[in-house]
Design a protein around this ligand. Structure first.
Ligand SMILES: [Zn+2]
Length: 260
């Protein structure tokens, strides 16, 4: 399999732009001077993040950086990018069950307002989130996608301090099992994004929603209810046991007849 240094570009905008392959870019037949392609890498050496669509002598199209700005392409970006792009279009996200102090929250679909989804949102002081969504009910949830590097402890601390509900989607195992495809094959990656996002085994919370947020924005069961029933069951159990013990004692006394 051929390794492309720049397998994809973002069209029109380096962050919000649609992901495009060189073949698609050529197929769209855009007038060269009007359409701009951008390097999706956050650490691009080119301050304008520009990519140029070029054609090899053999007739294959590819993206290249302007001269002097070539850089080592980071292999995680392809899987990471497509997951971000997938999440950006979603209007429902399946959330795994979780517990807070007072609530049991079942696995559930959360409706998202896709027009308000942001990629690489950095409007929170010095925390950049991979994806930020706003639910239909108005709750902000941020999502971190893990491919090769886990969230640093420093970032975890910042997130917890911010109290913004933050979901972590860990794709590191999938990446290590399919490293070559994840690095070089846009079609392979694209065909797995839906399954990877919907597989809630990949999810956990860095920061769970607060009690108030659960009450307002999720379907939940109050733990108190269960404790209540537990107490009822306990009392019932004690009564039954006490009854048995009493009976037993009664018969002991009867048979031994100490006091007669
Ligand atoms: Zn670049």
């Amino acid at each position: 399999m051929k390794m492309f240094k720049n397998p994809v570009a973002k069209i029109g905008d380096p962050i919000q732009g649609k992901i495009i392959t060189p073949i698609d870019a050529e197929g769209e037949n855009n007038p060269r001077d009007k359409v701009k392609y951008y390097c999706p890498c956050q650490n691009c050496k080119d301050p304008d993040r520009l990519l140029v669509l070029s054609r090899s002598p053999k007739g294959n199209y590819f993206f290249k950086h302007r001269s002097g700005f070539e850089h080592e392409w980071k292999p995680m970006t392809l899987l990471h990018l497509y997951i971000q792009e997938y999440l950006a279009k979603e209007n429902i996200i399946l959330i795994k069950d979780f517990n807070t102090k007072n609530f049991k929250v079942r696995k559930q679909n959360i409706s998202i307002n896709p027009f308000m989804t942001t990629i690489e949102d950095n409007c929170h002081e010095d925390i950049r989130f991979d994806v930020t969504v706003i639910t239909k009910s108005g709750l902000k949830i941020t999502i971190e996608v893990i491919v090769t590097n886990d969230i640093t402890q420093q970032k975890v601390d910042k997130i917890r301090k911010s109290k913004i509900p933050t979901l972590r989607i860990d794709l590191s195992q999938f990446y290590y099992e399919n490293r070559l495809e994840c690095q070089s094959d846009p079609e392979f990656v694209k065909s797995h994004t839906k399954g990877l996002v919907e597989d809630i085994a990949n999810q956990d919370w860095v920061q769970t929603p607060s009690e108030n947020e659960v009450r307002k924005h999720f379907e939940f069961v109050e733990k108190k209810d269960e404790t209540g029933w537990g107490i009822v069951a306990l009392i019932f159990g004690v009564i039954v046991l006490f009854g048995i013990a009493n009976n037993f004692q009664g018969s002991t006394f009867k048979s031994r007849s100490y006091f007669n």
